[in-house]
Design a protein around this ligand. Structure first.
Ligand code: ADP
Ligand code: ZN
Ligand code: MG
Length: 626
């Protein structure tokens, strides 16, 4: 029973999402030509077959011949075609038959005596047909071989120096003919990143202007930011805005089986870009090739290192005046090889952060632009309640809302659909658990405890919604909503927050005199926060303004990176004691407050049992708060 999900502290690990956007591959004519040749061949073969009408036995033919019923015959090799005269009907009909392998010496004689018109044809095919028949199988075999070779290479990583048949070039997709141009308007927020990239666009559009003044732009620009913040989107938009060829390749595609393959791809990609300059090269997820070299099992991954070396060599190789810009994106800048960041390579960095409230609103607006959204939808409120959401998460939110609206047969997406999507994403799907009345009441008291404290504590995040419908892992949820994104946490805020965490368990203690296992997650979060306050933020009198590093949060991914302990065991014990004292202080505060407001607690819990979900307005009305 967590008091609130969007954890305003860094640490949210939002779901990643593959970038949409269809690459337009360079058109490959070869399969078409093969198909054409095949078609011609079969057409010819079947046309030959069509010349053979109703086949009759040789004996029948001879019988008809003797009966004077054959008008004409054509003999071509063993094949005999001819025309019968029908005694009853006026018109004749065609037949065909085969000569027996034993020479029929009387045939010619009979044909002559019965005055049948005879045409003898050479067995030969026209010269081109013969050529076709003798060459075609080889062409097909060769083609098939080259084809499967290429398919194999595609799977295994393409071939560097042109592949076995020179077919396999870079697997970089060329977005030259972007079917749908992504403009900067579709990239919401990210103002400073867009500002930096406008300069690049200007340069790619008009390199001469810069060249004349001897101004050299950076060759490489590294975009860093958490997953889903629009790095890939921004790269595509930059290429579209500049109107230049866009070569895009993902770092993960390089990490393949054979040494030398990735390096070859890099080489051919840069070569293609040079031919088409001005051009933009985009290396997505560069961290998968650009990790610090010489690490890992067995002295590192040779393939990865070669690829990285090739990228570095290519970037060093072209002149600063060559109008090629290499954009790269990563969400792990911490693991990048420092060589990548040296001057002349990716020396300019653009950081994309998770969007703040205003940007979230803009992103929601971009993604609802082409959808029928009802008048009553309050995107602004939604933006406020989606702290920690990336652009991709917000897109997903809008999509979930649209799905829900469609599932309920609506013409428009309404506020309730957005509510549903929001709750589903943040809190998890509703569970259909059947709770008995006793459990339900305990959960109601637990959540009411969290909720009352967030209402009464002056510095805590304000209450948004309470529910005792089990969702995801939680049995009930109290959602709070900060009025604005917090960039900094005061000690007062954090202490109130500790207290709100304790609210659920303390409420159970006040009402039932005992506690339950339902507060496990609350306790964990409370303890973790208290520890951070003491070891990272110097918020304990006893420990003083000293940091004790053991874990550090990853700047983008929110995971903890373990560091060597830089303090003694005695200090460790002191820290543990301080954490315990801090958590206990917040427990006492929570208990006191809830005891004071026992009447409100009972009222709120009873209302929750009957209504299951309450919005903050309903809670305020119930408790007669302003
Ligand atoms: P990244 O490459 O940083 O992981 P993407 O560029 O793939 O993120 O973003 C995924 C999707 O999220 C995009 O296709 C877009 O629809 C949406 N998105 C992300 N950031 C924004 C933004 N700033 N404005 C509009 N849409 C965004
Ligand atoms: Zn709880
Ligand atoms: Mg991406």
């Amino acid at each position: 029973m967590t008091p609130q999900k969007p954890d305003p502290l860094p640490g949210r690990n939002p779901p990643g999402k593959p970038a949409p956007g269809k690459p337009v591959p360079v058109f490959d004519w070869r399969p078409l030509i093969f198909t054409l040749i095949l078609f011609v061949f079969y057409y010819y073969a079947s046309a030959r077959q069509h010349q053979a009408p109703s086949e009759v036995p040789y004996s029948t033919f001879k019988q008809q011949l003797v009966n004077d019923q054959v008008v004409s015959v054509q003999i071509k090799g063993q094949q005999v075609q001819g025309r019968y005269r029908d005694s009853e009907r006026k018109e004749g009909f065609d037949f065909s038959t085969r000569l027996p392998p034993i020479t029929d010496t009387r045939l010619l004689e009979q044909i002559e005596t019965h005055q049948v018109e005879l045409v003898a044809q050479s067995e030969e095919w026209p010269w081109w047909a013969n050529l076709l028949v003798s060459v075609l199988p080889w062409v097909l075999i060769f083609g098939l071989f080259a084809w499967s070779n290429r398919a194999l290479q595609n799977r295994m990583g393409g071939s560097g120096a042109g592949g076995l048949f020179g077919f396999s070039k870079s697997r970089a997709r060329l977005y030259e003919n972007l079917d749908r141009k992504i403009s900067f308007d579709e990239v919401a927020g990210l103002d400073s990143a867009k500002h930096d990239l406008r300069e690049v666009i200007e340069y790619l559009k008009n390199p001469d202007k810069f060249r004349r003044l001897g101004a050299a732009l950076p060759k490489g620009i590294l975009m860093m930011g958490p997953p889903g913040t629009g790095k890939t989107l921004l790269a595509k938009a930059t290429a579209a805005e500049a109107g230049v060829p866009f070569f895009s390749i993902s770092g993960s595609e390089f990490v393949e089986m054979f040494v030398g393959v990735g390096a070859g791809r890099v080489r051919s990609m840069f070569q293609q870009a040079r031919e088409k300059a001005p051009a933009l090269i985009f290396i997505d997820e560069i961290d998968s090739v650009g990790r610090v070299r010489g690490t890992g099992v067995g002295g590192g991954n040779d393939e990865r290192e070669q690829t990285l070396n090739q990228i570095l060599a290519e970037m060093d190789g072209f002149e600063p005046t060559e109008p090629i810009i290499v954009l790269a994106a990563t969400n792990r800048p911490d693991v990048l090889d420092p060589a990548l960041l040296r001057p002349g390579r990716f020396d300019r960095k653009i950081t994309l952060d998770l969007p703040q409230k205003k940007a979230r609103l803009q992103i929601l607006q971009v993604h609802t632009r082409k959808k029928p959204v009802a008048q009553n939808v309050d995107l602004e409120q939604l933006a406020g309640r989606t702290i920690g959401f990336s652009g991709a998460d917000l897109e997903n939110l809008v999509n979930e809302a649209a799905l829900h609206a469609a599932n309920t047969d609506k013409e428009q997406i309404e506020q309730v659909d957005f509510e549903y999507a929001h709750d589903k994403i943040i809190l998890g799907s509703e569970r259909q658990d059947l709770l008995n009345d006793r459990d339900k009441q305990r959960i109601a008291y637990h959540e009411a405890g969290h909720a009352l404290l967030s209402l009464f504590l002056p510095n805590a995040d304000p209450l948004a919604k309470i529910t005792i419908i089990p969702r995801g892992r939680a049995l009930g949820v109290t959602e709070t909503m900060p009025t604005e994104d917090r960039v900094n946490y005061t000690q007062e805020f954090l202490e109130d927050r500790l207290c709100v965490f304790m609210g659920g368990r303390c409420s159970e203690k006040v009402v039932y005199g005992n506690v339950s296992s339902g507060a496990a997650d609350d306790l964990k979060q409370c303890t973790r926060l208290a520890r951070r306050m003491i070891t990272q933020w110097g918020m304990s009198e006893k420990m003083g303004p000293v940091t004790f590093l053991q874990h550090e949060e990853h700047p983008f991914l929110g995971m903890e990176m373990t560091q060597p302990k830089d303090f003694s065991d005695a200090t460790a014990r002191l820290i543990d004691e301080e954490v315990e004292a801090m958590v206990k202080r917040s427990e006492t505060r929570a208990l006191d407050l809830l005891q004071q407001h026992r009447a409100d607690l009972d009222k709120l819990a009873a209302e929750l049992v009957s209504h299951e979900t309450l919005a903050v307005e309903e809670v305020r009305r119930l408790l007669n708060l302003a």
